[in-house]
Design a protein around this ligand. Structure first.
Ligand code: GUN
Length: 286
């Protein structure tokens, strides 16, 4: 193996230490802690794991943390009423609604209702639009976490070829916008792309966000590339797999993320940073 590993777990822990200090300074100044609420509808097992991890992070950095557990039988109107209440809650600086939602709920309408200033997931059309217009405010957490990881490589983004595999609303699309903002020449591939491997092979930065283990093969990797694996699939034994054939890719890449312990912890750090920003600790450039 020649690639260096981008250790998201360790990098995230360092960020949490800094965030904790920022919270302590805020408390010493007599201000309230940043408050994050997570709304969990139903009893999806994977969502439960993610939500518990987010609450644990909050406790670690000293945030006020609320998890609202809501029955899967909630109506659209009842859930919308909860969003309106959180928008108005002065102790909650940011909140998110964990996805996926039950099939009878229109998730787009729920996200549209979130106050963009409290949208710490960065999913609201206003926040995606700001990113598209090069004036980012609250940025989508996984793409933001990936950029924090890429920063660790010290590479020059300007003119670099970046390929994003997968064009979902919450991962691939905002990821492409982040890379474009950073100065990369971006190729997006998706289910209608004729030759994804060709787009991968020319990438200085290759990001896979599909959720298909083994999709990205070793011979797809350009020598010296940075390979970021956003895919995460749990097999029947409960083991987590990325999209990238890690061992084969690590023979050509300069940098690579593991799964688990790569992008996942950085997504959660981005959520904490967004909450700090929503609580007024970071100038968002308005
Ligand atoms: N489901 C899986 N990941 C996420 C996330 O980052 N935010 C939300 N809201 N739902 C998710």
């Amino acid at each position: 193996m020649t690639a260096k590993v981008l250790d998201g777990k360790a990098i995230a822990a360092a960020y949490r230490r800094d965030i904790r200090q920022a919270v302590q300074r805020r408390l010493s100044a007599g201000r309230r802690p940043p408050g994050l609420a997570v709304v969990l509808v139903g009893d999806d097992a994977a969502s439960e794991v993610y939500v518990n991890a987010k609450a644990r992070d909050c406790r670690q950095v000293g945030f006020h943390s609320v998890v609202e557990r809501i029955s899967a039988t909630v109506t659209q109107g009842e859930l919308e009423a909860r969003i309106v209440a959180l928008n108005a809650d002065p102790d909650i600086h940011g909140f998110l609604v964990q996805l996926p939602l039950p099939g009878h709920i229109n998730a787009d309408h729920i996200i549209d209702l979130i106050d963009p200033a409290k949208d710490v997931d960065g999913f609201h059309p206003y926040n995606i639009g700001r990113l598209a217009l090069r004036r980012p405010t609250l940025r989508s957490c996984t793409p933001m976490g990936v950029m924090l990881l890429l920063d660790r490589t010290g590479m020059d983004y300007r003119g670099a070829q970046a390929t994003v595999i997968g064009a979902s609303n919450h991962l691939g699309r905002p990821m492409g916008l982040e890379l474009l903002l950073a100065g990369c020449t971006v190729t997006m591939t998706h289910k209608f792309t004729r030759d994804t491997s060709a787009a991968a092979r020319r990438a200085d930065i290759l990001i896979s966000a599909v959720g298909k283990p083994g999709l990205v093969q070793g011979d797809w990797i350009k020598s010296g590339a940075v390979v970021i694996d956003v895919g995460i699939t749990r097999d029947q034994q409960g083991k987590l797999h990325g999209d990238v054939d890690f061992d084969a890719a690590a023979r050509s890449a300069a940098w690579i993320t593991p799964v688990p312990g790569g992008v996942g912890p950085m997504t959660r750090v981005a959520l904490l940073l967004n909450t700090l920003q929503a609580a007024g600790e970071v100038d968002d450039g308005g």
